[in-house]
Design a protein around this ligand. Structure first.
Ligand SMILES: Cc1cc2nc3c(=O)[nH]c(=O)nc-3n(C[C@H](O)[C@H](O)[C@H](O)COP(=O)(O)O)c2cc1C
Length: 315
């Protein structure tokens, strides 16, 4: 059987497959379907300083090609996470990443400091797609200096590995990747959802109460793959691929472009047991190809020399 173990910013994962934030609860709600020990790691849904009710319904809507959501970071807040969720997570036989979100840059630093004291948490993922309430409600992820500042505050509050989760809703994701690396991130997650909307022309109503929301699922994959590759080329720190991944072949595509690991989001809604099965399927694919270890695939993308010189995405 192929060796699936990987190292990720100092963390040892038994395989490169993690859950994506907000799509698998905090991880343990699903343990009757997927044993935590089956996956490389579990990423919590975004935890904020204060409890949040989230956006009004409808806040999830299916399109012909994927999901739209505008959950609005519904969660019980950091105090409940520390008192109720983390003790449950303590026995989980896998890597635990806590995803944090803030209304201000200070929030991120405070959350990181509170989590730094807790042994149950192996690392932090910073959700830079949250609206910066103090900065015109633009997401932190859209401005390199703002993104770097948030990461720097988290860096100074914790010694745990930190992963900056980037948004695809930018012109040059590589600039943001470089900024978060400068801010002290140990890794990057690429990417969060891409902005979209849907409408029912008969009623004139949008699919989501907030009109616009985050688009995810299989149709996001080519965009996510491109974003991940741009990040891989721009930084030295490891990149976790995320977006539209649903099969072992998808996982391998992200490893080939240079990702050290991947996260599975929307695909788990249609197939909650998927995360538990993927590692074995990954081994099968590698065995069939005669490849001894998943890490041997990482960064094996073959690019023709002259293609590297083409600057943009024109056809
Ligand atoms: C219903 C739903 C809720 C999500 N909640 C969060 C969240 O709380 N924090 C976060 O960083 N990303 C959140 N995401 C984004 C996912 O973690 C992931 O980045 C995105 O959906 C792309 O991956 P996918 O196509 O595999 O779903 C959410 C996605 C969905 C569909």
């Amino acid at each position: 059987m192929a060796d699936l173990a990987i190292s990720l910013a100092g963390l040892e994962l038994r395989n490169p497959i993690l859950s994506a934030s907000g799509t698998f609860g905090h991880g343990l709600e699903m343990q009757h379907i997927v044993a935590p020990s089956a996956v490389g790691g579990l990423v919590s849904k975004t935890v904020t300083r204060e409890p949040r009710a989230g956006n009004p319904m409808p806040r999830i809507c299916e399109t012909e090609a994927g999901f739209l959501n505008s959950i609005g970071l519904e969660n019980r807040g950091i105090e409940a996470y520390l008192t109720d969720t983390l003790p449950e997570v303590a026995g989980a036989d896998t890597v635990i990443l806590t995803n944090i979100g803030g209304r201000s840059a200070e929030d991120f630093g405070e959350l990181a400091a509170m989590l730094d004291e807790r042994d149950e948490v192996d690392g932090l993922e910073i959700n830079l797609s949250c609206p910066n309430v103090q900065g015109g409600r633009l997401p932190y992820s859209t401005d390199p200096a703002v993104a770097e500042d948030v990461v720097r505050r988290v860096r100074s509050a914790t010694t745990k590995p930190i992963f900056a989760k980037l948004s695809p809703n930018v012109t040059r994701i590589a600039d943001i990747a470089v900024a978060v690396e400068c801010g002290g991130a140990d890794g990057i997650t690429a990417v969060n959802t891409i902005l979209g909307m849907s409408v029912d022309w008969r009623t004139g109503r949008p699919g989501l109460n907030t009109v616009m929301g985050g688009f995810s699922g299989v149709s996001l994959k080519p965009i996510a793959l491109r974003c991940a590759w741009e990040c891989v080329r721009a930084v030295q720190i490891p990149v976790i691929g995320c977006g539209g991944i649903g099969t072992a072949d998808d996982v391998l595509e992200f490893l080939v472009v240079g990702c050290a690991a991947v996260q599975i989001g929307t695909a788990s809604f249609g197939d909650p047991g998927l995360l538990g099965r993927l590692p074995a399927e990954l081994s099968e694919r590698l065995d069939a190809a005669g490849i001894a270890a998943a890490r041997d695939v990482i960064g094996s993308l073959e690019v023709a020399a002259r293609t590297r010189e083409v600057p943009g995405g024109s056809t």
